[in-house]
Write a protein that binds this ligand. Structure first.
Ligand SMILES: Nc1ncnc2c1ncn2[C@@H]1O[C@H](COP(=O)(O)OP(=O)(O)OP(=O)(O)O)[C@@H](O)[C@H]1O
Ligand SMILES: [Mg+2]
Length: 316
């Protein structure tokens, strides 16, 4: 499946004293099987960007497309673009060129339907455990598939399978989500999204607030889901996670995309220009290089790579 952003702007609370332009001219294409990380300063627009992909937010201008489903500000948006072209005297040359580009892109595509979109794109918010609401864990995880028209028995089966994936066995089925630990609740919330079997899973800081072992186990789970064929978009502040797991990285700053790259290439350059920390593995490698080790930093993606590099990288 593909996700495309074409000249997308997003403004919170337009025409009010709280108006805030959170995204500016976002252009992006994600397709095929990918594990994409979105990184950047707090407030740079990461959560806003991912919420546009499953139409929790609608672009103010521009187009987001998930496969051939168009997400636009409202039903009249495409008509408005046509009018811009039909009445060229009333608009700037720039606006006319943009309208032509967007209309050309929208050809042979249809406006999105919420259900089919949310079935394809599963979204796990930051602190998803606060979204649980059913009396039992089993009911909670079966809610998604039920909502998408799966019969009760099959929905429960999907729920059970998703719970197994997140490491919760049948002893959890009849428990109330509210009597679980924070980490267990988060697992239930994630299982609820997995039960829908989305093609694309969006995770907004899924490991925030978890202890290091819990965070590691959670990332291993997402890696398994990725390897089983689901694409992932992960918003994170943890550069070691990016280095280990992501196939590509999108760096945001002040509502714009300032860099797209693969993680190794990104961390190989000076990351301070993007106000990003360097992954611990890279810092360790740099210290070793200074101490005279012959290590090729752009080949280090995990501890095994580093260990191998140290054993081969004789001191100069
Ligand atoms: N509901 C809202 N109304 C007005 N402004 C908002 C709203 N939500 C977010 N913003 C502003 O939009 C900008 C982008 O917010 P967003 O939540 O997308 O950032 P982020 O990159 O996810 O940050 P963080 O790393 O802290 O989660 C921020 O400056 C934020 O203050
Ligand atoms: Mg955020």
């Amino acid at each position: 499946m593909s996700v495309t952003f074409k000249h997308v702007n997003f403004t919170y609370s337009p025409r009010s004293p709280f108006e805030y332009e959170a995204l500016r001219d976002i252009n992006l294409l994600m397709e095929g099987h990918h594990f994409s990380a979105i990184v950047g300063h707090t407030g740079s627009g990461k959560s806003t960007l991912v919420q546009l992909i499953n139409a929790l937010l609608l672009p103010s201008t521009g187009i987001v497309a998930v496969d051939d489903e168009l997400i636009v500000s409202n039903k009249k948006y495409l008509k408005k673009l046509k009018k811009t072209i039909d009445k060229p005297k009333k608009h700037s040359e720039e606006d006319i060129i943009l309208a032509k580009q967007l209309l050309a892109f929208s050809e042979n595509k249809k406006t999105f339907a919420v259900k089919s979109l949310r079935k394809k794109v599963g979204m796990v918010f930051q602190f998803p455990e606060y979204q649980l609401f059913e009396e039992t864990v089993e009911k909670d995880v079966a809610f998604g598939p039920r909502n998408f028209g799966v019969n009760k028995i099959d929905a429960i089966k999907l729920g059970h399978a998703a719970l197994a994936k997140v490491g919760l066995d049948e002893s959890y089925y009849d428990r109330s989500p509210f009597e679980l630990s924070g980490g267990e609740r988060r697992r239930v919330a994630i299982a609820g999204i997995l039960a829908i079997e989305p093609d694309l899973l969006i995770l907004d800081e899924p490991t925030a607030g978890l202890d290091p072992l819990g965070a590691k186990a959670m990332m291993e789970l997402f890696n398994e889901i990725y390897e089983a064929g689901t694409s992932i978009i992960l918003v994170t502040h943890d550069m070691d996670i990016v280095l280990r797991h992501a196939s590509n990285v999108i760096v945001m700053d002040k509502g714009q995309i300032v860099k797209e790259s693969n993680p190794i290439a990104l961390f190989g350059e000076d990351t301070e220009q993007y106000s990003l920390e360097s992954p611990v593995l890279f810092e360790v490698s740099k210290t070793l290089i200074k101490a005279g080790y012959d290590i090729e930093i752009t080949k280090i993606q995990n501890e095994n790579d580093l260990a191998k590099a140290i054993s081969l990288g004789r001191k100069r």
